[in-house]
Design a protein around this ligand. Structure first.
Ligand code: ATP
Length: 322
């Protein structure tokens, strides 16, 4: 299939580095002599015909900005056949021959469906949760985990001053990668993730009490949002240990901010590779990172992969954070 014009969209939750990926897609496509159109608000833009022509200067001054200049949305309408048909008509009217879809697994499912209907799509992983099975790394994770680290460091300052325990909920949807990595980076006494079943009495209360006996006076417990319940956990820790304990939910502060070097560089590489595939008429693929290299997979294959939790890092956290 001859590709003349490609579209680019961001979908699902925003992630720092999405703009760097959009920029890479636009500039790489122009570099190959293709035309580029920006599709606004994820798949909604295809249904509502919110499409804008992009040129080399349209993506100036965005590499360092968080969020996404294309806006993003979750589009339940796109999952209906009627929404899909409207999206297809928009592609035909706008002359869009292929699309780079930047987002998470849900976004990839949408890309698979569009490919199936005849518009080749290539997925680029962008989510702070790093929960996409097909890739070791997704754009936004490094920035988000650094934000978590900075925020938990601040909570540590005040916990240390008051001899308190601080229980922090970090994001990650159903996955514990943000919690695990920020827990390790911040020296959290306990990390609670959905992937590992724990015994609160032994693994949190007991661990705090054992550490207290060695002279430790302030404590950090990091909890993934997929587990939740930080207020209740904080109450229980306070009651059972006698340590003044506060709960904090970090929330959307983790989504924003200027992307890190890691996110900007990965976004640039992945955006470039996505365009190289589409330019050859190759669709129904996702780009991914494997052993530090950019690779690509069939979307069906990618969506059927399972992500292994880093149990070794979890064991390391338990061994050294006490
Ligand atoms: P994040 O991990 O940041 O939440 P995501 O891409 O997984 O990102 P979702 O809300 O799951 O976010 O999906 C984004 C959009 O992709 C949905 O709003 C919908 O338009 C489309 N989508 C999701 N699942 C499907 C599906 N099964 N079939 C077709 N389209 C889908």
């Amino acid at each position: 299939m001859k590709i003349n014009t490609i579209g680019v969209l961001t979908s699902g939750g925003d992630a720092p580095g999405m703009n760097a990926a959009v920029r890479a897609v636009v500039r790489s496509a122009l570099d190959r002599g293709l035309k580029v159109k920006g599709i606004l608000r994820g798949y909604n833009g295809l249904i509502d015909d919110e499409i804008t022509d992009l040129n080399i200067r349209s993506v100036s001054d965005i590499i360092h900005r968080g969020g996404t200049v294309l806006y993003t949305a979750r589009s339940p309408r796109f999952r209906e056949e009627e929404g899909m048909q409207t999206a297809m008509q928009t592609c035909q009217r706008q002359g869009i021959d292929g699309i780079v879809c930047i987002g998470g697994d849900g976004t990839f499912r949408g890309a698979r469906d569009l490919s199936l209907h005849g518009i080749p799509c290539v997925g680029v992983p962008g989510t702070i949760d790093n929960d996409i099975a097909s890739t070791e790394y997704s754009i936004g994770f490094d920035t988000a985990v650094n934000t978590c680290m900075e925020m938990v460091d601040r909570l540590r300052d005040t916990a240390q001053s008051h001899d308190r325990c601080t229980v922090v909920e970090v994001m990650g949807r159903g996955a514990g990668y943000l919690a695990l990595h920020s827990g390790v980076a911040c020296g959290a006494t306990a990390v609670v993730v959905p992937e590992i079943k724990i015994d609160v009495e032994e693994d949190i209360i007991g661990k705090i009490m054992r550490a207290k006996k060695t002279g430790k006076k302030h404590f950090i417990v990091v909890v993934a949002e997929g587990v939740g319940g930080v207020d209740m956990l904080a109450g229980r820790i306070q009651t059972e240990t006698g340590i003044d304990t506060r709960a904090t939910v970090l929330g959307h502060v983790q989504r924003g901010g200027s992307p890190s070097v890691r996110d900007r560089v990965t976004a640039s590489k992945m955006g470039y590779e996505a365009v190289q595939l589409l330019a050859q008429g190759i669709g129904n693929r996702v780009v991914a990172e494997k052993d530090g290299k950019i690779v690509d997979y069939d979307i069906y294959e990618a969506l059927n992969m399972e992500k292994a939790f880093d149990e070794k890092l979890y064991r390391i956290a338990n061994a050294i954070n006490n």
